[in-house]
Design a protein around this ligand. Structure first.
Ligand code: PLP
Length: 402
């Protein structure tokens, strides 16, 4: 195969697909991605749930600049301590229930998931792990093991042993959680499954069944957290609290960071028997923590009522479009179902086209596991005017679906 035309492989970079979009980025400004050649894109997906506060938010930029002038790296996480780590942890803890009073900053969402699984095994002395059908938790061997898309897992087996999956929203299936279960991990709102919102009673019963069996109830809010669903953490809308919480994506305000929160007593188990139960060179990196510090400042400025009003307007207009079969939404976390994958591809590519021609387009994107739907997750900081423009671009792209 000739890779010369691939903008990644052809230039000495790894590629994750043989047909990357390959748009050349110049910069970002609020909800806009600025392309080389003068085109711009409304960021309709916030970099898949990362740029919740848009591009170049002053609170995040200021926090990063201040830390850049002070220090970057000193030592593998867990020996030296820096103010910015304490400040990031304090901002995070102020947003969480009081029992989640200890945080481990790591490098990515998948690493946070791996830490949570390791911690659950260490805490319970058990080895059986459970995920939920439709769950996506990342691409390390551990995170992939508890994700449910078999097509994506099969080539990499063997993965972790003793992993099984609960049916989504199925009360009877909770009986599979037993005294050998170390943890059940579930996205509070499933992202890659097409923005699937759990039944409240089921999620509560899942949490209770874990507790009754001494298993850790692990919530993954890597994609649905940080204001995406209309509250800082989605679990607050379902009256459940996790034993262990995984975070990432928008947490760093655009910096690469993941985090695990639990209570201090539980977290302390990683410090002994063996010590260094999870070590990671760049964990708690000062610049990543400065991103977290800035992201919470940006989040505090978001008016969630306005986000709800704007996204309800998006939902109403999208649902009324002739090409749309269904819209699922919680806050600014949106799935738009069309008739089939061809319609999705046509809509997504039509959204991009004007920007490729030096004009204004919109970035929408596929789900890995739901081919007949596309995702929308606009920046929470977009103004009324920007959201109206973004919606007009999405509707225009949908008009291309015959
Ligand atoms: C719910 C969820 N968990 C975990 C991950 C993995 O995060 P990362 O890609 O930072 O490893 C993702 C990434 O899309 C995600 O959506």
């Amino acid at each position: 195969m000739n890779h010369a035309d691939n903008p990644f492989l052809g230039q000495g970079l790894a590629s994750t697909t043989l047909h990357p979009l390959g748009l050349e980025v110049e910069g970002g400004d609020g909800p806009w991605i600025l392309l080389k050649g003068g085109g711009k894109l409304f960021d309709g997906i916030s970099g898949i749930g990362v740029s919740n506060f848009g591009h170049g938010h002053p609170a995040i930029a200021d926090s990063l600049h201040a830390q850049m002038d002070q220090n970057l790296h000193t030592m593998v996480y867990g020996e030296f301590i820096q103010d910015v780590q304490r400040q990031a942890a304090a901002s995070l803890q102020a947003s969480l229930p009081s029992h989640l009073d200890s945080v481990y900053f790591v490098n990515s969402g998948a690493e946070a998931v791996d830490v949570a699984l390791k911690l659950a095994k260490r805490l319970t002395g058990r080895t059986k792990l459970m995920g939920v059908e439709g769950g996506y938790h990342g691409n390390t061997h551990g995170a992939l093991s508890v994700s449910s898309n078999e097509t994506r897992k099969a080539p990499f087996r063997p993965l972790l042993p003793e992993v099984s999956f609960l049916k989504w929203n199925d009360m009877a299936d909770l009986a599979h959680i037993d005294a050998n279960t170390a943890a059940v991990i579930v996205e509070t709102v499933q992202g890659d499954a097409g923005i699937r919102i759990p039944n409240r009673a089921w999620l509560q019963a899942l949490a209770n069944t874990c507790r009754a069996n001494g298993a850790m109830f692990v919530l993954d809010e890597i994609q649905c957290g940080m204001g995406r669903t209309g509250t800082t953490w989605a679990f607050s809308q379902f009256d459940v609290v996790p034993d262990i919480l995984c975070m990432g994506k928008a947490l760093g305000g655009g910096m690469p960071v993941g985090a695990v929160a639990t209570c201090t007593h539980r977290m302390s188990q990683l410090a002994h028997s063996p010590s260094l139960g999870h070590i990671t060179t760049f964990g708690g990196h000062p610049l990543a923590c400065a991103g977290v510090r800035g992201a919470f400042k940006a989040l505090a400025q978001v008016d969630m009522n306005q986000v709800e009003t704007r996204c309800q307007a998006w939902q109403d207009a999208l649902a009324a479009h002739r090409a749309v079969h269904q819209v699922r939404r919680l806050g600014a976390f949106i799935a738009v179902e069309l008739a089939n994958v061809d319609h999705v591809s046509r809509a997504v590519m039509s959204g991009l086209k004007p920007a490729q021609e030096g004009k204004t387009g919109v970035l929408m994107f596929w789900f890995l596991s739901v081919p007949h739907a596309f995702r929308l997750a606009p920046p929470l900081t977009a103004t009324d005017e920007e959201m109206e423009k973004g919606l007009a671009l999405v509707l225009e792209a949908l008009d291309s679906v015959k």
